[in-house]
Design a protein. Structure first.
Length: 148
């Protein structure tokens, strides 16, 4: 009886101090994807916008996240598409979950392009290793990302 009790005690204490534990996570799905850029939906209202940083060796993926409160996904899509029509001279500044995201539009040979830049500060012209750049995106790319 004593051995059975010690064996039971050993099994219980060993399982209580296990180092590996599986945690349930939210389901994620890719909403849309174009080369090196994709939009991911996590759970019901969370979204992640990923792009490869072309400014870094190895082109690591960086992202900004936001919640779809008050139709923010549609607001983001409409805002991005409006930039292709207006092509503002100065970059547009957006804050998403505490990160500063700059939307820089340019026009070359009659076609408008968007480059997403992320910085740790408020100034997009501080070009250093902390600035992250996406590839140039077209209006068609944005439409594919948001599946519109």
């Amino acid at each position: 009886m004593r051995k059975a009790f010690l064996l039971l005690l050993f099994v219980l204490t060993n399982s209580a101090f296990a180092q590996i534990e599986f945690i349930e996570t939210s389901q994620s799905e890719v909403v849309g994807k174009v080369s090196y850029v994709y939009l991911e939906k996590v759970g019901e209202n969370d979204y992640n916008f990923f792009f490869k940083n072309i400014n870094a060796i190895g082109h690591e993926y960086v992202n900004f996240s936001f919640k779809n409160v008050d139709n923010d996904v549609d607001k983001l899509y409409n805002g991005l598409m409006q930039g292709f029509q207006d092509v503002p001279r100065d970059p547009l500044k957006m804050k998403a979950n505490g990160q500063i995201v700059w939307l820089k539009y340019t026009r070359e040979d009659g076609e408008a392009f968007l480059q997403i830049q992320m910085t740790s500060g408020d100034n997009p012209v501080d070009v250093d290793e902390n600035v992250k750049f996406s590839r140039l995106l077209t209006a068609e790319d944005i439409t594919k990302l948001f599946k519109k």
